[in-house]
Write a protein that binds this ligand. Structure first.
Ligand code: MSP
Length: 486
């Protein structure tokens, strides 16, 4: 049975920079899954937001000449919100960790764990990577450098609060071995090995920090940023969604925090555990890791302006097998836009609408359906792919039907037909395009809306993906859907 409520989150992003193609990737995927769930009529809540209490926020603010850190956070939050609007991200909640409601919850949970003895005061000596915002063990380092950030961690010797992660080792192990908790399956073993190698207690506060959430009973200490950030999933949502199916979408870089530390924190305060942590892969740009020092992150505005938002959304989902690592290149984006979106989808819509306008005055009546074409749409596999988080395969299957429609026009030589015969074929094709617009809606919503406007019908839900629903079409041909880029 399908859950009646679905809660999906993206990681909350650090605000030391505006959104990058990397954060856009996760957020677009979250948006696709949320839209798909709404199409199924499931009550869905999609949360994204910002991780503002990190020390890198202070660094970035100072570099940009801000003396008021909160002002910097507020200003850059607007940039993120604007960008998500531009990318058509249909989030229902946007959580900022400097908000009052988030701080209150983080402090409350910290105090509950402290009162029950799961948080205690101690001394810590260790190596801290500011990029990861995490203390590192020797085995986490590569020649003394953080393996992610390629930077030497700083030596820290301080007194702070510890969380008894070790106490939860057995429970966490059982949880991560369960079927649905870590997806895709192939990411599970790495985490199992990590937990089996023994969990140490972790430091969860930092003394003498100017920025962050105060430990509620010790104003000299701030809560460690991950210990506060992970709770944004709880502070950002209404109770009713917390009780349904909960999916946290993360990049593989932060799976450990989500599948080990986060559930232990929830167990400590006796809160409910999420259903699934899905870790997707990372992509490189032209084969290279995206990094500030290489300066190879491609500007999102540039991509959206040159290729269109929907082309970017389509490309990111279609190109990279969901879950695995992939590569981003402008050349590949151009090829997908020109060959699949413009030549196949755009052409299909403009060809058929031109014929109807020219030969039938824009009007089509309900008619017999051509089973040769309708049988080519495999709704079942599209649904299954979506359920199994094989987004790239779902999109490929939808595009396959677009190609079948174009082939149908060619094989049947629609341009040679007249009146009754033409009406019959055009009806099947318009119904096909209408259904395609529903199926595409999660991926390329703006295009679906444009198609529906030209068909002069409203966007339906998944249950409306049935041939023969519309009685009369009175179409209004519009501009082409995709411009090719040479
Ligand atoms: N603030 C933490 C997350 C806290 S969640 C409670 C954080 N933020 S981040 O800004 O560094 O964003 C990390 C996320 O951005 C990754 O987990 C991933 O989802 C996404 N990506 C960043 N670069 C990416 C790629 N190159 N490829 C794919 N995803 C990328 O970690």
């Amino acid at each position: 049975m399908e859950a009646r409520k679905f809660y999906i989150t993206t990681p909350i992003y650090y605000i030391n920079s505006p959104p990058t193609i990397g954060s856009a990737y996760t957020t677009i995927i979250g948006d696709v899954l949320a839209r798909w769930s709404r199409l199924k009529n499931i009550d869905t809540f999609f949360l994204t937001g910002l991780d503002e209490n990190a020390s890198k926020t202070v660094k970035a603010a100072k570099e940009k000449g801000y003396t008021n850190i909160q002002k910097y956070a507020d200003d850059i939050a607007d940039v993120w919100i604007d960008k998500w609007k531009k990318l058509n991200i249909s989030y229902n909640g946007f959580i900022r960790t400097t908000s009052k409601k988030h701080k209150k919850l983080a402090q409350k949970y910290f105090e509950i764990s402290y009162r029950k003895g799961d948080i205690y005061f101690g001394k810590y000596q260790g190596l801290y990577c500011e990029g990861c915002e995490e203390f590192k063990r020797d085995i986490d380092l590569d020649n003394g450098l953080c393996s992610y950030h390629k930077k030497e961690p700083i030596k820290i010797n301080e007194e702070n609060y510890f969380f008894k992660l070790s106490k939860y080792q057995d429970k966490i192990l059982k949880l991560i071995k369960s079927k649905e908790f870590i997806l895709p399956k192939y990411r599970r073993n790495e985490i199992i090995n990590f937990v089996e190698s023994g969990l140490n207690d972790i430091s969860v506060s930092r003394p003498n920090q100017e920025w962050g959430i105060d430990v509620p009973f010790d104003k000299k200490q701030k809560i460690w940023v991950w210990h506060d950030a992970l709770l944004s999933y709880k502070s950002g949502v209404d109770k009713k969604y917390w009780k349904g199916k909960v999916l946290h979408l993360v990049g593989k870089d932060i799976l450990k925090f989500h599948s080990v530390i986060y559930p232990a924190m929830l167990l400590s305060v006796k809160d409910r555990l999420p259903t699934t942590i899905f870790a997707h892969g990372f992509f490189t740009v032209n084969g290279q890791k995206i990094s500030k020092s290489l300066g190879n992150s491609i500007d999102l505005d540039y991509l959206c302006n040159k290729y269109s938002v929907d082309a970017l959304r389509y490309f990111l989902i279609r190109e990279i097998p969901f879950g695995q690592d992939g590569d981003f290149s402008e050349e590949a984006l151009k090829t997908r836009l020109n060959n699949e979106l413009a030549n196949e989808l755009g052409n299909l819509v403009s060809r058929i609408l031109s014929i109807i306008e020219k030969k039938l005055n824009g009007k089509i009546k309900k008619d017999i359906l051509d089973k040769k074409l309708t049988s080519k749409l495999n709704l079942n596999s599209i649904g299954k792919y979506m359920e199994n988080y094989e987004l790239h395969n779902a999109l490929a299957e939808i595009m396959k039907f677009v190609k079948e429609c174009n082939k149908h026009i060619n094989d049947e030589k629609l341009w040679e037909m007249q009146d009754k015969e033409l009406n019959e074929h055009c009806y099947t094709l318009l119904e096909s395009i209408r259904i395609l617009s529903i199926l595409f809606y999660s991926f390329i919503p703006e295009t679906s809306e444009k198609i529906n406007k030209q068909l002069n019908v409203k966007i339906g839900k998944l249950k409306d993906c049935k041939f023969g629903l519309i009685k009369n079409y009175n179409i209004k041909k519009g501009d082409i859907l995709f411009k090719k880029v040479e």
